[in-house]
Design a protein around this ligand. Structure first.
Ligand code: AMP
Ligand code: MG
Length: 418
């Protein structure tokens, strides 16, 4: 048996960063930039007003106060998007809206609240300034956000909503990113029934395909559902053949020691088997190998194949631990680890087998501290326990028992990516 880290290292050594693609900026959310992005414009393009108010020459406001307003002649109004043709000269002001370019001659903006506009009727021809202002007040400078010619985002940056916004502010409709991996998912098992079909006695619905496809999508990949293979080598091989253009193949079931566990035999014949079992629970029977697939323009490529266990909880947890980091590496991401916090255990858990245990827990914050309690029974078929959990408590191989009050590490399942 190998450790979780050894298994992960092995799997990652087969995951390579995918090619670039041009993608509309909104579709590229969560993807990694494959180019340095420079700006060919200033943002904002011109000095403009940060307030609704009056553009003035600051020297004209000397001595102005509520008691003795300084009266200026209003010569124009300029909304956002227009440029005034008038020049602010001594004794004059231009009414200006937020975002409108500052007119020539003016060096500051007095906001409405610092004028007597509210006491006047309609569009006043004259305005009283109620305070002295410094040059530059309420003016946003051209290029203060982004200077023309500067590098705004560098290659390797993960695009979050803020980066999508920055790209939009440059006028970029599309951008070069590393493409999303296609992850093909094949369920195996004679007992499995597809959704929407009646359920004969002794059969169960295929849930793994959907929990795994949801995980793939959550982490930015494109799930490709290959359906259900029966417990025969020919059926598994036929199923896998439908996924040979994917970037990663995932099967569930058929990797333990049972009579009908044929996936491991298929792996042994088709590709290279990297390992069989991992020192963890759940998820001990896990297989990894490669399958000869078809790349772009019919070229041969080696596709990593993760043979996940069939139990619904095990398949989800092993995907989180091994499938997700492989996907993220393909996407060019640097941080492959899920967030881990320290919490105070509120349940006891025994670890007899000297394996690393991942238990489903509910993490709550109370008095500035995290607490973690078991979701209930931890059978690896109890999928509703995954639905209850927001974290996985990690019990190291050498820790025989966790007792309430122990400080433990918890991998958070729903926290965002960095
Ligand atoms: P296996 O690893 O094939 O022996 O499967 C282990 C357990 O997981 C068995 O109880 C299977 O019925 C169950 N199982 C396998 N595949 C699926 C699936 N796609 N959906 C739900 N349960 C499954
Ligand atoms: Mg099976």
């Amino acid at each position: 048996m190998i450790t979780v880290e050894q298994a992960l290292d092995k799997i990652l050594s087969y995951a390579t960063v995918l090619e670039e693609e041009e993608s509309p900026i909104l579709d590229s959310l969560g993807q990694v930039l494959a180019e340095d992005v420079y700006s060919d414009i200033d943002v904002p393009p011109l000095d403009n007003s940060a307030m609704d108010g009056y553009a003035v020459r600051s020297e004209d406001t000397g001595g102005a106060s509520r008691q003795s307003p300084r009266l200026l002649c209003v010569i124009d109004t300029v909304p956002a998007g227009s440029i005034s043709s008038r020049v602010v000269e001594a004794g004059t002001a231009i009414r200006i809206m937020t975002g409108a370019p500052v007119p020539e001659g003016a060096d500051s903006v007095v906001m409405f609240e610092d004028t007597d506009e509210a006491q006047r009727q309609g569009r006043p021809a004259e305005i009283g300034i109620l305070r002295r202002v410094e040059a530059g007040l309420n003016i946003r400078r051209a290029g203060e956000d982004i200077a023309r010619g500067s590098m705004v985002l560098s290659q390797g940056t993960m695009l979050r909503p803020s980066e999508v916004g920055v790209l939009a502010s440059l006028g970029r409709a599309a951008v070069r990113v590393i493409r999303r991996p296609v992850v093909a998912i094949l369920a195996t098992g004679d007992e499995l029934v597809e959704l929407g079909q009646p359920l004969p006695a002794g059969r169960i619905y295929n849930s793994n395909t959907y929990s795994l496809a949801a995980l793939v999508r959550r982490y930015g990949g494109i799930p490709r559902i290959l359906g259900i293979a029966r417990d025969s080598e020919s059926s598994v091989v036929a199923g896998l053949r439908r996924g040979l253009d994917a970037d990663m193949l995932i099967t569930t079931g058929g990797v333990s020691a049972g009579d009908y566990d044929v996936v491991k035999d298929v792996l042994a014949k088709q590709g290279e088997i990297a390992f069989w079992t991992v020192k963890m629970r759940p998820g001990k029977p896990l297989a990894f190998g490669t399958v000869e697939g078809v790349g772009e323009a019919g070229t041969a490529k080696s596709i990593p194949h993760l043979g996940l266990p069939g139990n619904p909880v095990s398949s989800m947890i092993t995907f989180e631990l091994f499938g997700r980091p492989a996907m993220l590496k393909m996407m060019g991401k640097r941080n492959l680890a899920k967030p881990i916090i320290e919490a105070v255990a509120e349940s006891s858990v025994a670890n007899h087998g000297r394996r690393r245990i991942f238990t489903r827990v509910i993490v709550e914050k109370r008095d500035n501290q995290y607490f973690a309690r078991l979701t209930g029974p931890q059978g690896s078929g109890i999928l509703t326990s995954m639905a209850l959990a927001n974290g996985l408590m990690i019990i190291p191989e050498d820790k025989g028992v966790v007792t309430p009050g122990d400080v433990v590490e918890v991998m958070m399942l729903d926290w965002g990516e960095e």
